[in-house]
Design a protein around this ligand. Structure first.
Ligand code: NAD
Length: 255
């Protein structure tokens, strides 16, 4: 198994790509900490992993709160003895996030608190453990919107995901010498509740996005998590500071 005995913290693992990640990581032999704000979703993921014969432990976590981030890392160490992987996946994309000209400060701050401060806090508490161990893998979920402009803006979301990419590079350089690798994944539009709840209400918005994709479809969670399994495993031992754009080709599409 590719992740035998590795301990992985996966944030936002109560839904979408995070849940699929918990399932796929456990199937590859990892012990998974399900760090999730939504108790129902988090405990359901824990149960799904256990039903499939894997090991997972849920801890209620709001990644934007420092005490919760500390407790999440402590939980991993107490329960499983170490932290090999920090998979910063939790993220939000509120409908009220538009252009800078019409986005409320409260919405901007909320997006930054979860999508960016959450990554900062996870790293703040997990990386020192990894440095102590002499090894670790940080996987940060950014987005294809971090590297493209969009005429249908979600400016707080876009800015938060751009910052996650920059932070990933800084982490890679700082902690690479300690055996801690940091990489980012930039998914294109993926069929998860985050995107579908919003697009299902607006057929025109959905068709607009599909028309831009050379594959003519949205991605599936496992098509992103496959890359995360690689980054969590020792197969990627020399992969550091990379950004994997997995989007069906949207970002290389001129027309
Ligand atoms: N779906 C897409 O098209 C897409 C594209 C690019 C990037 N992403 C990113 O991928 C990641 C996962 O997205 P998804 O599509 O699976 O979304 P999702 O909404 O299905 O899952 C996100 C999970 O994060 C949890 N969460 C939200 N706020 C939290 C907090 N403060 N603390 C802990 N958990 C919290 C939610 O409860 C939910 O379970 C996000 O960072 C998202 O921005 C998604």
């Amino acid at each position: 198994m590719r992740l035998e005995d590795k301990v992985a913290i996966i944030t936002g693992a109560g839904s979408g790509m995070g849940r699929v990640a918990a399932q796929m990581f456990a199937a590859e032999g990892a012990k998974v900490v399900v760090a999730e704000f939504d108790e129902r979703g988090g405990t359901e993921t824990e149960r799904l992993v256990a039903d499939a014969g894997g090991e997972a432990s849920y801890i209620k976590t709001d990644v934007s709160r420092e005490g919760d981030a500390r407790a999440m890392v402590d939980h991993a160490v107490k329960r499983f003895g170490r932290v090999d992987v920090l998979y910063n996946n939790a993220g939000i994309m509120p409908e009220a996030d538009h252009s800078v000209t019409d986005t409320d400060v409260a919405v901007w701050d909320q997006v930054m608190a979860v999508n960016l401060r959450g990554v900062f806090l996870g790293c703040k508490y997990a990386i020192p453990r990894m440095v102590e161990q002499g090894s670790g893998s940080v996987i940060n979920i950014s987005s294809f919107v971090a590297i493209l402009g969009c005429s249908v803006p979600q400016d707080a979301y876009t800015a938060s995901k751009g910052a996650v990419l920059s932070l990933t590079r800084s982490l890679a350089v700082q902690f690479g010498p300690n055996g801690v690798r940091s990489n980012a994944i930039c998914p294109g539009p993926i069929e998860t509740p985050l995107l579908m709840d919003w697009l299902l209400k607006d057929e025109a918005a959905k068709q607009l996005r599909l028309a831009r994709n050379p594959t003519g479809r949205f991605g599936k969670p496992e098509e992103i998590v496959n890359a995360a399994v690689y980054l969590a495993s020792d197969e990627s031992r020399w992969t550091n500071g990379a950004q994997f754009v997995i989007d069906g080709g949207i970002t290389v599409n001129y027309f």
